[in-house]
Design a protein around this ligand. Structure first.
Ligand SMILES: O=C(O)CCC(=O)C(=O)O
Ligand SMILES: [Fe+2]
Length: 368
């Protein structure tokens, strides 16, 4: 039956898809009218309807006095784990140029784009449709499609930076400028606010943790002939410290809020989204939330572009709850671990579809 994976060989289909070297966008360019089985979860329940809850994603105006903003950031990180910022000072043209450059790259003629196609990073650059490996090890892998409806250009920007020979020239300058401006914003504004909100002084993330805007994922969600059947980005929590996300006006990002509902995180002109991620949750001793999110594909006609910039601590740091946040009332929630252990866990070695920090959690229950 069309739409199931029973009638064909997944490995062969995946090989064929990757051999085309043109990604999901290539499928759309070739005129598919039915979503290929690789993108369908045969036993997936229908996508959950969006919630009707009154949950509101906080918006923080960064032009307010610091004494006002720090408690707002703290509250947003505790209650939601994702928030918009306005009056952030990042020039609109830097963001618009980066989003346009990402779109232009993904919409290059297939023969040009395919030259960059590589699953494993080369010179710190990869361009592919990343298969849903980690969630596939979940309790019900049959509920998860092999591939998301998305192509991603991912650039590693940790010093010394990517090999410019592998960084597509069509988007290099706008993305490097975006990285330069957004890295500064992330360190000086968001990093400082979060550090202060955690009570460890404004310079903790930037100076002590030697935080860097270490990688950037530029996503392209092509239009889809059957949008309700695919997933643009599987449920996940972001790793590292925090993510700065920009999206175009199409929308599709949804988050899983406390009461179990999925709610829309619509694009709001002039804002940036700040997403608290797993390592900051550990440092905060579970004071902060790292929110589960996914991307829905909304349109049969429009493609969507987003850029996620991930802020990491330097590799040499030990990750553990801040001693200031461990109390008699709130005992330590995680053991200490290294960035290497953490990165290994992200590769799926221990992956079980849930957050990758769970394996470092301390539990009072006896181990079996
Ligand atoms: O495209 C989006 O809105 C989200 C992307 C995302 O979740 C990620 O890159 O981690
Ligand atoms: Fe994410």
């Amino acid at each position: 039956m069309a739409g199931t994976r029973d009638d064909y060989d997944v490995t062969a289909a995946l090989d064929e898809f990757y051999a085309s070297r043109t990604g999901v966008c290539g499928l759309v360019e070739s005129g598919v009218t039915i979503v290929p089985p690789l993108f369908l979860a045969p036993n997936s329940p229908p996508p959950p309807p969006l919630g009707t809850t009154n949950f509101i994603i906080p918006t923080i105006d960064l032009s307010l006095p610091r004494s006002v903003i720090v408690p707002l950031v703290h509250a947003a990180a505790r209650t939601c784990g994702i928030f918009y910022v306005t009056n952030h000072g990042v020039p609109a043209d830097v963001i618009d140029s980066a989003l346009s450059a990402v779109r232009a790259f993904h919409e290059l003629p297939p023969a040009v784009r395919s030259a960059f196609y590589t699953l494993a990073p080369v010179g710190g650059v990869s361009f592919s449709t990343y298969r849903n490996d980690r969630p596939r090890q979940a309790a019900r892998p049959d509920a998860i499609p092999v591939l998301p409806w998305r192509d991603s250009l991912t650039i590693s920007l940790a010093p010394p930076g990517p090999d410019m020979g592998h960084f597509p020239a069509s988007c290099r300058d706008p993305l490097l400028e975006y990285h330069r401006v957004m890295a500064e914003f992330g360190k000086k504004k968001i990093g400082a606010l979060l550090s202060e909100a955690l009570g460890v002084g404004a310079e903790w993330l930037e100076k002590t943790m030697q935080m860097e805007a270490a990688s950037m994922a530029s996503h392209y969600y092509p239009p889809c002939p059957e949008p309700a059947k695919v997933i643009g980005g599987m449920d996940h929590t972001d790793p590292f410290l925090f993510t700065v996300l920009v999206q175009d006006a199409v929308g599709g990002l949804v988050v899983h809020v406390d009461d179990g509902e999925w709610i829309d995180v619509p694009p709001v002109a002039g804002t940036l989204l700040i997403n608290i991620t797993e390592l900051l949750k550990v440092f905060s001793n579970d004071e902060y939330i790292s929110i589960d999110h996914r991307v829905r594909v909304k349109s049969m006609k429009e493609s969507r572009v987003s850029i996620a910039l991930f802020f990491n601590p330097s590799d040499s740091h030990i990750i553990e709850p801040l001693p200031e946040l461990v109390t008699a009332d709130k005992p330590r929630r995680y053991r200490s671990f290294t960035m290497t252990e953490f990165m290994d866990s992200r590769k799926g070695k221990f992956g079980n579809g849930s957050s990758s920090i769970q394996q470092f959690a301390l539990t009072s229950e006896p181990s079996s």
